[in-house]
Design a protein. Structure first.
Length: 195
């Protein structure tokens, strides 16, 4: 029994050391939830100020992160802050005060790349980045104000998310599907292509 317990403890310690003591967060899900929050904001007509729009987006994103099932980060509540450079930072808010203390770990950073119509989610070191497209939702005065405000903050801080590459692979939608055959790629030869 003691041998089994010591093996389990050794495995847990090696897991913590191997992971840097933190739980990995699914950056693909984080970027998709950020895109969903932006979509929810595009339908709001009650905000008429860029800074208020950014704060409303921050709250919406935080709400969606913590209410998604399964939880994005089950260890604690995720607080989101809007940064001076137009990005959003998420951290594990263990004391629920929306202020990051020394022991509360940064989990991710969100940047809006308006030039390429995508939301970028990266880990704190920037070594992993995932993206989610948002084309088609850039409608309405509120979205225009919000995007203008974010882009202005990015320019002021000298940030250019358009130059960032993603390196987190998205899982295949349907891994059991095989590649299309030459016949299926050829199409029907409709009149639109001039037969």
């Amino acid at each position: 029994m003691i041998k089994l317990l010591s093996m389990v403890l050794a495995f847990a310690v090696s897991l913590l050391v191997g992971c840097g003591g933190s739980s990995a967060i699914d950056l693909n899900r984080v970027s998709e939830i950020a895109t969903d929050a932006m979509q929810a904001m595009s339908n709001r007509a009650d905000i008429n100020d860029g800074d208020k729009a950014i704060e409303a987006l921050r709250k919406e994103f935080e709400l969606k992160l913590n209410s998604s099932r399964p939880l994005v980060y089950p260890e604690s509540y995720i607080a989101v802050t809007s940064e001076a450079d137009g990005s959003f930072k998420g951290f594990n808010d263990t004391d629920n005060n929306h202020t990051q203390s020394a022991e509360e770990e940064e989990l991710f950073k969100i940047e809006i790349d308006a030039e390429n119509n995508r939301v970028l989610a990266s880990n704190p070191s920037g070594s992993e980045t995932a993206e989610s497209p948002f084309s088609g939702m850039m409608t309405g005065m509120l979205m225009g104000m919000m995007m203008g405000n974010l882009m202005g903050r990015q320019r002021s801080a000298g940030v250019n998310p358009a130059s960032r590459k993603t390196n987190v692979q998205r899982p295949a939608r349907n891994a059991s599907r095989s590649a299309p055959s030459a016949r299926s790629r050829a199409g029907s030869g409709s009149h639109a292509r001039g037969k």
